[in-house]
Design a protein around this ligand. Sequence first.
Ligand code: DX5
Length: 229
Amino acid sequence: MIVASKAPVVVPSLLAGDLSRLGEQLDAVKAAGCHWLSVDVMDGHFVPNLSFGPDFVKLAKSKGFYVDTHLMVTNPLDVAPWFVEAGTDILTAHIEAVKDGRTALQAIRKLGVKAGLAVKPNTPVDGLIAALEFCDLALVMTVEPGFGGQKFLAGMMPKVVALRAEIDANNLNCWIQVDGGVNAVNISQAAAAGADSLVAGSAVFAANDPAAAFRELELKARAAFKPQQ
Ligand code: DX5
């Protein structure tokens, strides 16, 4: 059991993996101490891209990783059972794709996995804060979802600060995840704002040495993280 808000965790995203040698890359980051991967699922409708199905969750689980599945789809609750079946530990839906965040989170938890809720850059964090009591992972997107390799939107940090304050004030066990454009330059800013799960795709898998890149990111995040005082 990985407990949230104890120390930040860097979570490589498979989206940036080199599919011709993904197994090798996963072994390398695992050897460097990585234990959590993020699988981005895109349906070509909620976002203008298509990506992975449940088999990629199965691959990550077969290698012993903890897995969050980030559903960038218009019907997250319809496809959720497929990823639960594949073994995901956390299922994250977008608040923009559900009628009510609280109900969606409870429906995901009923499937027997941890429940996450995500907000796109233009979506205020209020709906996420209102759903925190049912939330195991609050995801603040720092890029417009759909593609890896985009520029980190530092303007999203106030959402992280607000979530950190709410989670700490109510002693909730909920991860604050940041996803999009995270790299060695901006990870300290995200961790200092209070993010304790930092998704990094290109910064890890596009690096010459993904293991070294992972280690560097984790060191920087841990040095900057501000846990509950
Ligand atoms: C966007 C994806 C990406 C990915 C991370 O929809 O969610 O943010 O996981 O990719 P990088 O780290 O390359 O932005």
